[in-house]
Ligand binder design. Structure first.
Ligand SMILES: [Ca+2]
Length: 221
């Protein structure tokens, strides 16, 4: 009986240590950029210079709310490959991961018809921006994106972790393209974001590792 109990405790300890936690989450409910979940530090959102933003209908439907940015706000038309310079129009999420590993980032992204259709996901572990992935999307549909950074050890346990979604020139096209191909890209097209979420696994405390070992020892007796 004791042996069974100890084995059960080991299982509980093991499952607890592997369960992913939501470290940071923005839901934009109540029209705020303050995170709904913030287990670590003070997460925040920053916009590239020139970008405007407000709140709008959220994912998946009303009455939920989202954060709506205008990536090319304020630019003189026409939009060209160098107006704006690629990667200079972005939304940045600062979300420290102190105490966590196996970091994953997910969000819902919806593009309006005249917004840029190509986005690059970048992360920063404290020593500069790194392109991790890119995606193309068409207008007026919510796209769920997930980026698995569990293979990037630099983002683990990192008080400086941040990520960006930046507008980019469509590959092979040499120019920004509109999210609806029959429209012309302009300086009012918008991107909406919702449920921006960072998850990770708690790094076991040295003490809890020791407990784990003791339980394991009990279990094999
Ligand atoms: Ca929402």
């Amino acid at each position: 009986m004791k042996r069974l109990l100890a084995a059960a405790l080991v299982l509980i300890a093991a499952s607890a240590s592997f369960a992913a936690d939501t470290i940071t989450q923005w839901t934009f409910e109540g029209d705020t950029t303050a995170p709904a979940v913030a287990l670590v530090g003070s997460p925040s959102i920053t916009l590239a210079p020139g970008i405007t933003a407000r709140f709008d209908k959220g994912y998946p439907d009303e009455p939920g709310r989202s954060y709506r940015i205008v990536p090319f706000a304020g630019l003189t038309l026409p939009i060209t490959a160098t107006n704006p310079e690629p990667y200079t129009r972005w939304i940045e999420f600062y979300a420290p991961t102190t105490g966590y590993l196996d970091i994953k980032v997910s969000f819902a992204h919806r593009l309006s018809k005249t917004s840029p259709n190509f986005a690059v996901f970048q992360y920063n572990a404290g020593s500069g921006w790194v392109d991790f992935a890119a995606y193309q999307a068409t207008a007026d549909t919510w796209y769920l994106q997930e980026f698995d950074l569990s293979g990037i050890s630099a983002v683990n346990n990192n008080p400086n972790f941040a990520f960006r979604v930046a507008a980019a020139v469509a590959p092979g096209e040499g120019n920004y393209l509109p999210a609806l191909s029959t429209r012309t890209i302009d300086n009012s097209g918008h991107w909406r974001f919702d449920d921006v979420t960072v998850t990770g696994t708690l790094i076991p405390e040295p003490g809890s590792l020791e407990n784990h070992r003791q339980l394991r020892t009990l279990a094999v007796r």
